[in-house]
Design a protein around this ligand. Structure first.
Ligand code: SF4
Length: 894
């Protein structure tokens, strides 16, 4: 479909590009890349709901920062020249050093068609399996657990199970922030029919706060807790003996393995640092509730025991026969919009494609289907190993598609060094500048959301269409098309001669059927001959698909696993701690993760100011007792050091953290907060089976940063931190300007040099206010409009709130009444409204507090009074907390 074709009056149905929920969207594009949109009321993933990130997509649909033309060495070139260069360098490396000397690193942002094309080129025509995806960082452990237990990477449940369950267990899953629309579904189920929630998470997240039971276990003790549950189920006669006998093998051996360790609830509680009564409360609830869904996500997967955690969850469900039944399933939730599509097409280096492996029969089958010259003989390098190989010079040419490993990989400093040393780096991306593309020899402009045309698969195996809303900008091309162009330039014209994404998808669907005969559950049979009009009109459908075109919401209620004997496997691993426990030198356990309104490395959500106001900058969470010992005050900058790197960020003191644990979010990059990056602090330790890194743990220490001065600079354009200064620098997008916060420890000479670098020669009318301490405030105007502000506070001097000042950049002309107050920071009567709580309606903390004080004692009233929480609902847990906190304060005061 092209955008030129008629836009239906009801709008174009497409899919959100963020998380694995895969929400449907109905969008109406307008001129100048404007788009109005609502949740697709008929899409089974969301039934019209969207979260704050999805709802803010129109803000990110502009052209800001886009890569529009191919570049070689930073200079614009023609597509034909860029393609020739990429194909030539890859061919040269393969000819001189063999197929394993090249690699692709791809992304869950790619569509299924893109993934399929890249896999076909690397695994079938280059003859190496050195293609891995950033999904390795999210859910490779769940994939391995599924394959070990079920025989294939299969999610047995569906989202409807979340409506039907009577108990939901969130294992390392802060659904309220990471999968908000599913969380809304569960909130609705809870309100309608009652549903208990148990959260297993060291942190008291918003999900944990809303739970009936929060097990704030010691980090990395999840396997111990779940193994204890399996032993409990056995001891308390809660097993489904018939299901175990008919559909599983290995149960007795599993019990024998469990018995090697004391599995009493007291022993489990002691090892997990939980109370025995809480552990037993969880076990009793699980035992007594047939309809239970256990969600597990990054908190479980990102561990050197990630596979064991997934298996431990699955074991409890197999033992009770709670698999693939309405409201009952172990349920891995993916982080990315098309992580599942990548898993289906072989995006992971240790799978072939269409759920086939590197055994002789599958290789032969794929080779014949593709008429490929040389299908890879063995699995390729997994992400951490892949970048290690790049650093060691074993990879001579690397192509990175739609991802930002210079930020997102663990031990990111080494990854940057590796990229710098790699002889040839290609980056396909929508953005002209990312931390990774700074290392690119060749940059290729790709299509982004609203331009892409293809399919994605969400966490419940549902295939949905992403459809174009806008014409491709500049010379940007679809990723599958770029791969096909390079493949053809490498001499594989016939095999990569697709004319549109429907042809790519049809070929993939045919491969799922090819010599399948019921052996592989991934079967897109009825789509194997899909026409282009049918592909363009495709409605969301779950696989496997019956000949009648009906999707299967659930799998395995009656066995039929993808193992040779059709039976699932019980596999028990003993609990082990993190790869690197805390030490006297690094006594804390650092955890990393997401914030509510941001996505990955800010390349997209960083364009939407409304998404940058709930968590404007990276913050280190620390327990009050630890903060006291370290002498840290709220908002003070702290230095966080691990054996691999260091970060500097303000602290938030909160008892949502366990004593001894720290948390730093993972989104910020060198472009937004050069010293606030988390993944450079993490070792490259991986689960030995899945290769997924332990991003949820690093030993750490923390201390006050002891800056001697602080400041902020507001300008219309984004600025990088000035070179050659030791500054803690953060950039925060606002509607009409960019706020740059910074602090330093240098002497006066350095401070003056920073001031000079930031302000340079004045270009217009300037207001200044300096004092003897060195503190200063400066406002600059051009053509009657505010153009720049610089505020610096030395020593104990204070800085004003920023919002009123930032809002002045939206003024068409400087209001004369405001001008005298600019250097004070706000006008009489103006009030700092605090951080944004509700991103959809831009409702801020003070407004909400005022409404609560005035009597809004429940969410509905608060929503009616302020508008907060009535759109996507992502802020509802925080609003609930504010209401409860006010009630507590009122009681305390009485
Ligand atoms: Fe997008 Fe939010 Fe839906 Fe995830 S939950 S797919 S981010 S709208």
């Amino acid at each position: 479909m092209t955008v030129a074709e008629v836009i239906p009056a009801a709008g174009i149905d497409t899919t959100c590009p963020y998380c694995g929920v895969g929400c449907g969207i109905t969008a109406k594009p307008g001129g100048e890349r404007q788009v109005s949109m609502v949740g697709d009321a008929e899409h089974p993933a969301n039934f019209g709901r969207l979260c704050s990130k999805g709802a803010a997509l129109p803000s990110t649909a502009g052209m800001e920062g886009r890569l529009l033309y191919p570049e070689i060495g930073g200079r614009r070139v023609s597509w034909s020249r860029a393609i020739r260069r990429v194909a030539g360098r890859f061919k040269e490396a393969i000819a001189r050093h063999g197929p394993d000397s090249v690699a692709f690193y791809v992304s869950g942002q790619l569509l299924t068609e893109d993934y399929y094309a890249a896999n076909k080129l690397m695994k079938g025509f280059i003859g190496s399996a050195n293609i891995d995806t950033n999904s390795r960082l999210c859910m490779a452990s769940a994939v391995a657990a599924h394959k070990q237990a079920f025989g294939a990477d299969l999610v047995p449940g569906c989202y409807e199970d979340l409506d039907l369950a009577d108990l939901v267990v969130f294992s390392g899953h802060n659904a309220a922030w990471t999968h908000p629309v599913l969380f809304r579904r569960m909130e609705a189920a809870r309100a309608k029919k009652g549903q208990a929630w148990v959260v297993i998470d060291p942190r008291r997240t918003d999900t944990a706060e809303a739970a009936d039971l929060h097990l704030a276990l010691k980090p990395q003790t999840d396997v111990r807790l779940w193994n204890g549950l399996l032993a409990w189920l056995s001891e308390h006669g809660a097993l489904d003996r018939d299901y175990i006998a008919r559909h599983t093998v290995g149960f007795d051996a599993a019990l024998t393995e469990l018995a090697r360790v004391d599995q009493s609830s007291a022993a489990v509680a002691a090892d997990c640092d939980l109370s025995r009564s809480d552990v037993e409360a969880f076990y009793r609830r699980f035992t007594a509730t047939p309809r239970v869904v256990s969600l597990f996500s990054q908190g479980a997967n990102q561990s050197v025991q990630g596979v064991a955690k997934g298996l431990a969850v699955i074991n409890a469900h197999l033992a009770t026969g709670r698999v693939g039944k309405p409201g009952a399933a172990p349920f891995s939730i993916t982080g990315q919009p098309n992580a599942m599509g990548g898993r289906e097409t072989g995006g992971l280096s240790n799978t072939l494609t269409a759920h086939m492996d590197f055994n002789p029969a599958d290789r032969d089958r794929v080779q014949r289907f593709w008429s490929a010259p040389r299908v890879a003989e063995r699995p390729g390098l997994k992400a951490v190993d892949l970048f290690e190989a790049v650093g060691e010079g074993r990879i001579k040419a690397l192509w990175i598609m739609a991802t930002n490993p210079a930020v997102s990989m663990p031990d990111a400093a080494r990854v940057r060094d590796a990229l710098a040393a790699c002889p040839f780096v290609v980056v396909s991306d929508i953005m002209a500048r990312t931390d990774t593309s700074d290392f690119a020899d060749v940059k290729l402009p790709a299509l982004g959301w609203g331009e892409k045309d293809g399919t994605v698969t969400n966490s419940e195996r549902r295939i949905s269409r992403q459809r174009p809303l806008f014409a491709p900008p500049g010379e940007a091309r679809a990723d599958w098309r770029i791969v096909a162009d390079v493949a053809q330039a490498m001499g594989h014209e016939e095999a990569f001669s697709w004319r549109n994404p429907a042809e790519v998808f049809r070929e993939f669907a045919r491969l799922t059927v090819f010599e399948n005969q019921g052996r592989r559950v991934l079967d897109l049979g009825p789509l194997a001959a899909i026409t282009k009009p049918a592909y363009d009109a495709l409605r969301p459908v779950q696989w496997p698909i019956t000949p009648e075109g009906i999707g299967a919401p659930r799998l395995f209620a009656n066995g039929g696993f993808a193992t040779p004997d059709g039976k699932a496997r019980f596999i028990v691993a003993q609990a082990a701690g993190p790869a690197r426990p805390p030490t006297p030198a690094f006594p804390f356990a650092l955890n990393t993760g997401r914030v509510r309104d941001h996505w990955h490395t800010l390349t997209r959500t960083g364009l939407a100011p409304e998404l940058c106001r709930h968590a404007p900058e990276p913050i280190i969470d620390i327990h009050p007792a630890d903060a006291e010992v370290q002498g840290l005050k709220p908002g003070q900058l702290a230095r966080l050091v691990t054996p691999f790197g260091e970060a500097v960020a303000p602290v938030r003191i909160t008892d949502a953290q366990r004593p001894g644990d720290l948390f730093l979010p993972m989104h910020w990059t060198a472009l937004f907060a050069p010293k606030g990056r988390s993944n450079g602090l993490i070792a490259g330790d991986v689960d030995p089976v899945s290769g997924q890194p332990e991003l949820k743990h690093a030993p750490a220490r923390i201390s006050a940063y002891r800056e001697t001065w602080r400041g902020f600079h507001i300008s219309r354009q984004a600025m990088d931190a000035p070179d050659d200064f030791d500054l803690v620098w953060r950039r925060i997008p606002h509607e009409a300007c960019q706020l740059h916060e910074f602090a330093g420890r240098g002497d006066e000479a350095e401070r003056q040099a920073v001031i000079k670098a930031l302000m340079g020669p004045s270009r217009g009318d300037v207001l200044t206010m300096d004092d003897a301490s060195g503190s200063l405030r400066r406002a600059e105007f051009e053509h009657g409009r505010l153009s720049r502000l610089l505020f610096i506070a030395v020593g104990a001097a204070r800085l004003p709130a920023r919002d009123w000042l930032a809002d002045r950049f939206a003024d068409e002309a400087m209001d004369p009444a405001h001008r005298p107050f600019l250097l004070a920071g706000f006008a009489p009567g103006a009030r700092d409204l605090g951080p944004v709580v509700c991103a959809c309606r831009n409702v801020r903390a003070r407004t909400i507090e005022d409404a609560i004080v005035a009597g809004a004692a429940d969410l509905d009233t608060l929503g009616g009074d302020t508008g907060a929480g009535v759109t996507c609902g992502s802020c509802r847990p925080e609003l609930t907390r504010m209401i409860l906190q006010h009630g507590q304060e009122t009681r305390d005061a009485a």
